[in-house]
Design a binder for this molecule. Structure first.
Ligand code: R7I
Ligand code: MG
Ligand code: MG
Ligand code: MG
Length: 311
């Protein structure tokens, strides 16, 4: 119904932003405890976001315009315009923590280089960074089935990331978010079934192997350190998207626990917690997010606006 739809849309967007904001202060830190993270949740200062949320807001705004034909929603992504919107957003606030490759390509795009050329200036094969996956979750609110969601994910990613693994990572995160939206918040999530719903969208041996490991790690009740050792926790798409999926599946029904698991796994904490937060929020809904923290998000007003537009 409409109530649960908007509740889940808010959960998705606020979970994405909250994971980014809670994870950012812990990037690269070791020995982080649950108590350290809960103290951040319960503080009173504003929670500033990084590039992850900044670009997710750009994509949400772009999708809210619903350009093109509703029968072909993948056309809701205008590639040339979206590339320009991302680059302009970097240019307005370049201090948000952007990756080195996109910083160069955004500068070239702002200066007038066509995006297809600009994005191969640093990495000729295209970046395999997680920058497509970190911002992709809003597409799950627009696509009506896995195929549409995957097409939207690819289009929203390819304007910055041409490498297959960056595209696979974004499709994985988007389709997983779509599945999370479709599940009742109060029903238990079965990791094997959940992963089986995502698998067909990511037909790559590397990613299928990652999915096998995610299911094993849920069954073994792996801790964050074991999860990071088995799956990776870096800025590459294959080294971060599976860890976010595991963080969600290990803590289904408890978004705060999913984000804390992701942060305690270390490495690229803002991005892994953000992707885990989007999945967990899409499944459990806005009301289950830590209340004291969501009200302090820098972008709270915009997140509410786009949740209403996209739900
Ligand atoms: O993918 P991207 O937007 O970075 C996102 C990450 C997130 O953690 C954000 O929170 C922010 O901190 O950055 O930016 P890119 O510059 O495309 O990729 C990120 C990094 O991945 C690069 O700086 C490289 O270290 C690495 N990388 C590569 N290294 C070698 N060869 C990406 N592609 C390649 C490659 O082809
Ligand atoms: Mg970031
Ligand atoms: Mg970073
Ligand atoms: Mg990051």
């Amino acid at each position: 119904d409409d109530t649960s739809r908007i509740e889940k849309a808010r959960g998705l967007l606020f979970g994405l932003a909250l994971g980014d904001c809670l994870g950012a202060p812990f990037e690269g830190k070791v020995g982080v405890t649950d108590a350290d993270i809960v103290a951040k949740e319960n503080a009173t200062d504003t929670l500033p976001h990084t590039d992850d949320t900044a670009l997710a807001l750009v994509l949400a705004r772009h999708l809210a315009q619903r350009r093109g034909d509703a029968r072909e929603p993948e056309k809701f992504v205008d590639l040339d315009l979206l590339a320009r919107e991302f680059a302009d957003t970097w240019h307005a606030e370049p201090w948000r923590g952007y990756g080195g490759g996109v910083t160069t390509s955004f500068r070239l795009i702002v200066e007038g280089t066509p995006w297809r050329e600009a994005i191969r200036a640093v990495y000729p094969e295209g970046s395999f960074g997680n920058g497509g996956a970190m911002r992709v979750a809003p597409v799950a609110l627009v696509g009506t089935d896995s195929g549409q969601v995957a097409a939207l994910a690819r289009r929203s990613t390819e304007v910055t990331h041409a490498h297959d693994d960056a595209l696979h990572g974004a499709v994985c995160q988007a389709v997983a978010t779509h599945v999370a939206l479709s599940l009742a918040p109060d029903e238990p999530v079965r990791a094997g079934d959940f992963v089986d719903s995502v698998r067909p969208a990511v037909p790559s041996p590397l990613w299928q192997d990652k999915f096998d490991r995610v299911v094993e790690l849920v069954e073994q009740r792996a801790d964050p350190a074991q999860a990071a050792a088995a799956l990776g926790n870096d800025v590459s798409a294959p080294g971060s998207v599976p860890l976010a999926l595991l963080s969600f599946l290990r803590n289904a029904g408890d978004p705060s626990a999913a984000m804390r698991f992701a942060i305690r796994a270390g490495g690229d904490t803002d991005t892994v917690a953000s992707m885990a937060g989007a999945l967990a929020g899409a499944h459990s809904g806005y009301a289950t997010l830590p209340r004291q923290a969501v009200s302090r998000l820098e972008a709270a007003a915009q997140l509410h606006l786009y949740a209403e537009h996209l739900a």
